[in-house]
Ligand binder design. Structure first.
Ligand SMILES: Nc1nc2c(c(=O)[nH]1)N(C=O)[C@@H](CNc1ccc(C(=O)N[C@@H](CCC(=O)O)C(=O)O)cc1)CN2
Ligand SMILES: Nc1nc2c(ncn2[C@@H]2O[C@H](COP(=O)(O)OP(=O)(O)OP(=O)(O)O)[C@@H](O)[C@H]2O)c(=O)[nH]1
Ligand SMILES: [Mg+2]
Length: 433
């Protein structure tokens, strides 16, 4: 279904703001706008221009607000259609009335992501770029913003297109060999090409974890014995005194969460009760919680006081645990190269700790691109088909390569992309985008 009828929606977030924006797009949008606008006739305005006027109720002529009107003319707009924006005062009362006026003038409410869907259908964006628009709107950390922007600007799409072209060339070559066996077509280097394309796909898939972390964030748990310096370390990481600190062991009773952004990744740091054997039922409950939080964390800081005797380690998933020796400003009672020495008091070792956290979470890649779940699935499919192609004799390879190519094309939304795929991409959008 490819509708072009005029749609409208509030594009700014709910609640009060200095300015609110209502978007309108579609065939006949200029006529709709003319019915609710007192000022220069939008139908006679050039694209890309603002004009000051009043929004009016088309039934009664009542003035609803003083506003700026921005006009885009097809195909030079976000959607590729005639599109307009009403920049009004940003109160819900104004925005509601402006929207109602537009309904009365002949526009209908836009569905979630419908503006971007139209941009896709009109060839302004490919599917990967449309997903990047959503990710950019949803970005919570700076890394997610950077990754999404790169994908929006087409860097990911160009990489995929290059791979598509290599597979297309290969398929054409195979076809030529099959069709004209005696014509002296160059012998195939199919295997090498397939391996190279596979390696590229692997490289993209290797970024999936970093991309997921950038988008969803990560939980960082601080675990260790009472008095180890966990709460002090949390405060040092945050840069302000969030948690209560005292020389009395057992100060932190319940866990405590604090948001923090490190190297562009949104993290939630969780300070926990000191882990030890205890009879006190309340403290016991706190310890159980601490261990459960460790289970659920993406990364654990196992915190040990280096100025006190080394305790027996609790059961922790050591594969995602960094060992930290605190109070490095005091004389050490032990040395262990497996521990990162830090001092919350002097700040010594904090930069190295942050780097270690960065490395443990993101690895070397650091996450160049945004990868959505859909894209990761499609890339897995590409990789499977390529592996299958490698196991087949050359005359049978074509089908598997064809399927790999189709999965690649679906990433950009080229070729035969099922309506369900497109629907899946746009269902997550908010109205107005
Ligand atoms: N007010 C406002 N701000 C916004 C948007 C918007 O739609 N409206 N955007 C929306 O997400 C983003 C900017 N992205 C945009 C991308 C393309 C076009 C556009 O009109 N493109 C035309 C030609 C534009 C020109 O050169 O003048 C085109 O591609 O043909 C507009 C916005 C972020 N800020
Ligand atoms: N000299 C020095 N003292 C520290 C440092 N970090 C923590 N301390 C002290 O160690 C004591 C315990 O610190 P906390 O941060 O409360 O320890 P905790 O691990 O949260 O303890 P519980 O909440 O009881 O499990 C406090 O008196 C802190 O001032 C450090 O880097 N250097
Ligand atoms: Mg504490």
């Amino acid at each position: 279904m490819r509708l072009r009828d005029p749609i409208c929606a509030i594009a700014t977030p709910p609640g009060k703001g200095a300015i609110g924006v209502v978007r309108l797009s579609g065939e006949g949008a200029l006529e709709v706008a003319a019915k609710v606008w007192r000022g220069k006739d939008p139908r006679r305005l050039k694209g890309g221009r603002f004009t000051l006027g009043e929004v009016v109720d088309p039934g009664t002529g009542e003035v609803l607000d003083q506003a700026l009107l921005l006009v885009f003319r097809a195909p030079r707009s976000y959607t590729g259609e005639d599109a307009l924006e009403f920049h009004t005062h940003g109160s819900p009362a104004v925005l509601r009335r402006v929207l109602e006026a537009l309904y009365r003038a002949g526009a209908r409410p836009a569905g979630p992501g419908e503006f971007t869907l139209r941009a896709y259908l009109n060839g302004k964006l490919d599917l990967a770029q449309a997903e990047a628009v959503l990710a950019l709107v949803e970005a919570e950390g700076d890394l997610a913003r950077r990754q999404a922007l790169r994908a929006l600007e087409g860097a990911f799409s160009r990489r995929i297109e290059a791979l598509e072209n290599r597979l297309l060339d290969l398929l054409a070559h195979i076809q030529a060999l099959l069709d004209y066996p005696e014509e002296g077509v160059e012998p195939l280097e199919a295997e090498r090409t397939i391996r190279e394309v596979s390696a590229e796909v692997e490289g993209l898939l290797a970024q999936a974890r970093a991309s997921r972390l950038a988008q969803k964030g990560a939980r960082l748990a601080l675990i260790g014995a009472p008095n180890a310096g966990k709460s002090s370390l949390l405060n040092a990481l945050l840069g302000y005194e969030r948690a209560l600190v005292s020389p009395i062991p057992g100060t932190t009773r319940d866990y405590l969460e604090a948001p923090l952004e490190l190297f562009g990744v949104p993290l939630v740091a969780v300070d926990t009760a000191g882990v030890r054997d205890t009879e006190d039922p309340l403290e016991r409950a706190g310890v159980e919680r601490a261990l459960r939080i460790a289970e659920e964390a993406d990364l654990i800081l196992y915190v040990v006081d280096r100025s006190a005797p080394k305790p027996a380690p609790p059961p922790l998933p050591w594969g995602r645990t960094l060992k930290v020796a605190t109070k490095a400003d005091l004389p050490p009672l032990w040395e262990d190269p497996g521990f990162l020495p830090v001092s919350s008091r002097t700040g010594e070792g904090m930069d190295r700790l942050k780097e270690a956290i960065h490395w443990a979470l993101l690895g070397e890649g650091g996450g160049e691109f945004l990868l959505t779940e859909r894209q990761v699935e499609a890339l897995h499919r590409v990789r499977e088909r390529l592996l299958e192609a490698l196991s087949l004799p050359q005359d049978l390879m074509g089908l598997a390569l064809q399927e790999a190519l189709e999965a690649l094309s679906a990433l950009r939304g080229r070729g035969e992309v099922a309506e369900a795929v497109v629907a899946r991409v746009f269902q997550n959008f908010c109205v107005g985008k």
